[in-house]
Design a protein around this ligand. Structure first.
Ligand code: HEC
Length: 102
């Protein structure tokens, strides 16, 4: 699952969750273990697309937006970090996390 590839999606550098395959997870961001019971899939998707809409000072990168970016490396200059389909897959996965996963 892309979300769990630290180099690809970066998510687990900041977030933790019920992901036994990840040995070290970040603690800079809310734990996602029960995010599906706190937020709807639309709310989750919107935060992945561009979390700046909810917190202008967020450290979470906008995964599907190129607006107003600065200090962008060449690899990212002309593209979003994730595709629409990838964002959709991750949102669906997160929406299923209700705190009951081991
Ligand atoms: C650089 C750190 C960082 C990365 C990388 C990151 N996030 Fe976040 N994320 C945050 C922070 C911090 C918050 C809390 C809101 C805020 O202050 O911006 C957050 C909030 C969220 C929320 C809302 C959680 C809640 O409980 O309200 C979701 C969902 C989320 N992130 C998903 C993701 C996904 C999926 C990825 C990877 C595609 C990702 N994040 C990558 C830092 C990060």
């Amino acid at each position: 699952m892309l979300m769990l590839e630290p180099q690809e999606s970066l998510c687990v550098l900041c977030h933790s969750g019920p992901f036994p395959e990840i040995p070290f997870m970040g603690t800079l961001a809310p734990d996602l273990s029960d995010v599906g019971s706190r937020l709807s899939i639309d709310e989750i998707r919107a935060r992945i697309i561009d979390n700046r809409a909810f917190n202008p000072d967020t450290i979470m990168p906008p995964f599907l937006s190129q607006e107003g970016l600065h200090q962008v490396g060449p690899r990212w200059a002309q593209t979003s970090i994730l595709t629409e389909q990838e964002v959709e897959d991750i949102a669906t996965f997160l929406a299923s996390l209700n705190g009951d996963q081991p």
